[in-house]
Design a binder for this molecule. Structure first.
Ligand code: PSU
Ligand code: MN
Length: 305
């Protein structure tokens, strides 16, 4: 597996010099946002991380090579091409063996980040237990990965296209701590709060870095969810977005959307039904998560030396 990994010069140097690095996923580029906003956002997020003193490592599979750290051209390609597979744990060996192109989900990115020695990862939202999962058994592989792979994922919680309560239960059962950054309530992606709480509120990234070190030093394998609410100015109202989510879910049912197509389908419908407002909110929260992740990576690195 190691031989299939190619680490960019910038990321390699940072890792060798024990500088902070933040992993970024690519499914958000290929399947989560439309072109050209996807590419613009991905490049902007990388710059925000550099500005905070960390090195961004966007992860994807290009012609069967696991790439950790991408060029602008690679990102442009992922954002434009229709030939990109969505890659979670299950799909990784297939896409590598067949020398295909793949964009990594939260689960896929955690695996590759861990192989490269990166402990902090920023994204928009994690996958979770879908509504109606008691019948469909649609539970994102992201949750299983969080149960076993040592990476902290800075995100804005899980979207209310999911069953947040069941997602919470699943994480608890698997020993995945959910830390609220400057909040006691679990954010629900487009909104800053949900009826659910986090496990621990922490107001400083130093505390989170210390928590990560402690967990992994104790041999307690698995991820950490760092839930960072969407900035106030970018948040959508709960009443507005919940009715649109209901409609998108109904449409997915009517069109019998299944498996890995569910999340991209819902994201696309939300964008259309909100006239682009959900996309704008998504972009703002990802940028905010990138900044917090960069700060966390800086402190985690200091903690590790
Ligand atoms: N949630 C978002 N935007 C996204 C995703 C989730 O708000 O782009 C992507 C992430 O890559 C996540 C994946 O890992 O969808 C989850 O897909 P699934 O539900 O099929 O596991
Ligand atoms: Mn699924």
């Amino acid at each position: 597996m190691k031989s299939a990994i190619v680490i960019s010069a910038e990321v390699k140097k940072a890792l060798e010099q024990h500088k902070p690095v933040v992993a970024l996923e690519s499914t958000i580029i290929s399947h989560g946002m439309p072109y050209p906003k996807n590419v613009e956002t991905a490049l902007e997020v990388e710059e925000l991380i550099r500005a905070k003193g960390a090195v961004p490592a966007t992860i994807a599979i290009i012609s069967g090579e696991i790439r950790v750290g991408l060029s602008k051209e690679d990102i442009e390609f992922l954002g434009k091409s229709k030939e990109i597979e969505k890659v979670t744990r299950r799909d990784l060996p297939y896409v590598v063996a067949k020398k295909k192109h793949g964009a990594t989900t939260v689960a896929g990115t955690m695996i590759c980040a861990n192989l490269a020695g990166i402990s902090v990862f920023a994204t928009g939202g994690i996958g979770g237990v879908h509504r109606g999962a008691e019948v469909t058994m649609d539970v994102s592989a992201d949750l299983e990965e969080l149960a076993k792979t040592n990476v902290a994922v800075v995100c804005s919680g899980a979207k209310s296209i999911l069953d947040i309560g069941l997602t919470r239960e699943y994480l608890e059962t698997n020993g995945v701590p959910v830390i609220g950054f400057e909040t006691s309530e679990l954010p629900a992606f487009y909104t800053r709060a949900s009826p659910h709480t986090v496990d621990y509120r922490m107001d400083h990234t130093e505390e989170i870095a210390r928590f990560m070190q402690t967990k992994w030093n104790l041999g307690l394998n698995g991820g950490v969810v760092v839930a960072n609410p969407i900035p106030e100015h970018a948040a959508l109202s709960e009443a507005y977005i919940s009715q649109i989510i209901e409609q998108a879910l109904e449409e997915a049912k009517v069109h019998q959307i299944q498996g890995k197509d569910v999340t991209p389908y819902l994201l696309d419908r939300l964008k259309t039904l909100t006239d682009g407002k959900s996309l704008e909110a998504n972009i703002e929260l990802v940028k905010h998560n990138a900044k917090v992740a960069a700060r966390l990576a800086v402190h985690y690195q200091a903690e590790s030396i």
